[in-house]
Write a protein that binds this ligand. Structure first.
Ligand SMILES: [Zn+2]
Ligand SMILES: [Zn+2]
Length: 269
């Protein structure tokens, strides 16, 4: 048995964790209120996170205002006009309010422990995708950005989800073949063009990708251009199917309020 002195390792871990809780009591990452358990939100922040629930676009997972809003196959107008390269994508929460604040801290302020808060929410939102996945991979960061940040937030999420589900995780399956500008405030078309050919499968990992049903993990989804670039690379590598799962998604950047007499939201661009 592994042990530290006379203490079995598991007991030492529990004791260490209890001591840590005394020093740093669990708190809500949204508002810092004390909580009985770590890696949870208080009720108010949980509500403030705007978890995404059906009805959704069956493809990109954008939430609908009401059931029956989707067109053929339950898809949103964007997916009907231009089907994504992935089979389906789901997001745990809307990229706004507390959820957005938490994501920004996770991504830019080294609050890496937030992966343990997001992972269960993502597992719930992506239960269908996880049930058919045989392998988890992460959206890659360009090495320059990885060096600057010190960690890839998508890898942290993928690892936490793999731990919870028991699915195999290949954190280095994909690589950025060139650096891309930050995709803020650009149109869906610009994003797709920027990401074209920017991601490919790592040659040494090709044997592990062929024939797999792959779930790609990322922190935020906006237009789906990054997930589509990953899906194209994985399909070229011989993957059977590719889904995407993100912690947060921009709800509907390109959808306008429904026009009178038209059952679907119109596409603005
Ligand atoms: Zn709170
Ligand atoms: Zn859609």
């Amino acid at each position: 048995m592994q042990s530290i002195g006379q203490l079995p390792l598991s007991l030492a871990r529990r004791t260490g964790s209890a001591a840590l809780n005394l020093l740093l009591p669990p708190h809500c990452p949204g508002c810092h209120a004390r909580l009985p358990e770590p890696d949870h939100l208080c009720a108010a922040c949980f509500v403030g996170c705007h978890l995404i629930a059906p009805p959704l676009c069956t493809a990109c997972g954008v939430p609908f205002a009401h059931a029956g809003q989707g067109g053929a196959g339950g898809m949103c107008p964007n997916c009907l006009a231009q089907p994504p390269a992935f089979r389906a994508a789901r997001g745990a929460m809307a990229y706004q309010g507390i959820g957005k604040d938490l994501i920004l801290r996770f991504k830019y302020a080294s609050e890496t422990g937030l992966a343990n808060l997001f992972a269960p929410l993502m597992c719930r939102a992506g239960a269908d995708l996880l049930s058919r996945a045989t392998l988890i991979v992460a959206v890659p960061l360009h090495p320059t950005r990885l060096r600057a940040r010190g960690y890839n937030q998508a890898v942290l999420l993928g690892r936490a989800i793999a731990r919870r589900t028991g699915l195999p995780f290949l954190p280095d399956a994909l690589i950025r073949t060139r650096a891309t500008e930050k995709l803020r405030n650009t149109s869906a078309l610009d994003r797709a063009q920027t990401m074209l050919g920017a991601i490919s499968a790592r040659a040494s990992r090709l044997p592990r990708l062929a024939g797999q049903h792959i779930l790609v993990i990322d922190d935020v989804m906006t237009s789906g251009a990054t997930l589509s670039a990953c899906a194209n690379a994985l399909r070229e590598a011989g993957a059977k199917s590719i889904d995407g799962l993100v912690a947060a998604r921009v709800k509907a950047p390109q959808l306008q309020p429904p026009a009178a007499g038209y059952p679907l939201n119109r596409i603005s661009a």
